[in-house]
Design a protein around this ligand. Structure first.
Ligand SMILES: Cc1cc2nc3c(=O)[nH]c(=O)nc-3n(C[C@H](O)[C@H](O)[C@H](O)COP(=O)(O)OP(=O)(O)OC[C@H]3O[C@@H](n4cnc5c(N)ncnc54)[C@H](O)[C@@H]3O)c2cc1C
Length: 375
């Protein structure tokens, strides 16, 4: 494990996987990407991308495309359940012009990351997973479900929340833990009604609207779901409408214009807290597989992007045996801190504790100062 990596397998072609594949391929590393989904097309609703993630997309060379395909904004608006504005929290652009925040559809973001990775030379295969991994001093030999077998200097697991590679390396005890809360998301049959991420504080739930483009937006709502019940897809429209019943103003308008049940995405919220180090032998995990976080600071995808950039930097700077510990050392405390802060905001909002506008402004400024630190 003395030389720098030349051949890498990335398992999982989500946000973190595509980002690390593109970053490594750009440095001349031969990268294979395997993705369990048979269909390259990504479904899902939208994603909010804060400044720290946009800076990573800049390093990956795709910021301009992302900005053109999304909707940048520079404040985070807090309202009450009627839609009356309480405060606007500034999310300014950074000095290099990188926007403060942006909304984009998941399909567009994935499409941009995938095109960048393949243009740099990464080779994706869909409907493929790892069947066997034999770690050795010279290489990791990997057999995949499409019958191929190959040697790699490193295997990078970016398989998300339920990563089989994490379980293979570190055991089943580090799997996702349900927080007690879930998130509902939908694209209402309505034009955009907000010019920035806008949150509406209900009595026992929170709802929000995020602009996605000139004429598009998405709704999210976080609700307590004790015991993690299974909500059948066909019932989701009715269940979401019930949960939105207390809101008036813009959210009521959205409630009257929900899409069909099958277009509503229901996601129980989980955390993963994999202890350090995040590597074993010639394999390492990143993103949700290592540190899934609740979405209250839009940091899940953002931290996966930071992981991807940092891992690629370390791997192209030093030998593997030094790069992997350096990766965890640079990433662990930051990802853990943001998990704690995000989780505290979730609990605060769901237990009805509403800070006053000054406190919210101070909180937001201190979070932004933390996120502005170099990774
Ligand atoms: C309700 C909700 C809202 C969110 N909102 C935001 C937000 O606004 N901003 C933000 O930054 N983050 C947000 N997130 C978090 C964000 O979606 C994740 O943190 C991010 O997608 C993690 O990236 P990843 O690459 O680690 O995993 P993923 O993007 O989940 O990708 C994992 C990939 O691995 C594939 N895979 C799984 N198993 C295997 C296998 N065995 N072999 C090969 N491939 C496999 C999957 O099909 C998938 O494509 C939100 C999450 C939720 C639940």
């Amino acid at each position: 494990m003395t030389a720098k990596v030349r051949r890498v397998l990335v398992s999982g072609g989500g946000i973190g996987g595509l980002a690390v594949a593109g970053a490594l391929a750009r440095h001349g590393v031969a990268v294979d990407v395997i993705e369990a989904r048979a269909d390259p097309a990504v479904t899902g609703i939208g994603i909010s991308v804060p400044n720290n993630a946009l800076r990573m997309l800049g390093k990956l060379g795709v910021l301009d495309e992302v900005v053109a395909a999304g909707y940048p904004f520079d404040e985070y608006v807090m309202c009450d359940a009627t839609g009356a504005r309480i405060v606007g929290l500034p999310c300014p652009s950074s000095s290099d012009g990188t926007p403060g925040y942006l909304g984009i559809t998941r399909a567009r973001l994935a499409g941009i990351l995938r095109a960048a990775a393949t243009t740099e030379g990464a080779r994706p295969r869909f409907g493929v997973t790892i069947e066997d991994l034999a770690d050795g001093p010279a290489a990791a030999r990997v057999r995949t479900s499409d019958g191929q077998e190959a040697d790699y200097d490193l295997v990078v697991g970016c398989e998300g929340l339920r990563s089989p590679l994490r379980e293979r390396l570190f055991g089943a005890e580090h799997g996702p833990v349900f927080t007690g809360y879930s998130c509902w998301r939908a694209r209402p049959r309505l034009p955009r009604r907000v010019a920035a991420m806008t949150k509406f504080a209900g009595a026992t739930t929170d709802a929000g609207l995020v602009p996605l483009g000139e004429d598009e937006m998405y709704l999210f709502q976080v609700t307590a779901e004790p015991g993690n019940p299974r909500h059948e897809p066909g019932e989701r429209r009715e269940l979401l409408a019930e949960r939105l019943a207390e809101y008036t103003g813009p959210i009521a308008e959205v409630r009257e214009n929900l899409p069909p049940a099958e277009e509503i995405v229901y996601s129980p919220l989980f955390e993963v807290r994999l202890p350090a180090p995040w590597h074993r032998g010639r394999a390492v995990v990143l993103g949700d597989a290592a540190h899934a976080v609740v979405p209250h600071l839009s940091q899940g995808g953002s931290q996966a992007l930071e992981d991807a950039v940092v891992l690629a930097e370390e791997l192209t700077r030093r030998p593997l045996a030094e790069a992997l510990p350096a990766f965890t050392a640079r990433r662990f405390d930051r990802a853990r801190h943001l998990q704690r802060v995000s989780s505290a905001i979730l609990v605060r909002e769901m237990t009805g504790h509403r800070p006053d506008p000054d406190e919210l402004s101070r909180d937001m400024a201190s979070i932004r100062a933390y996120l502005d630190q170099p990774v």
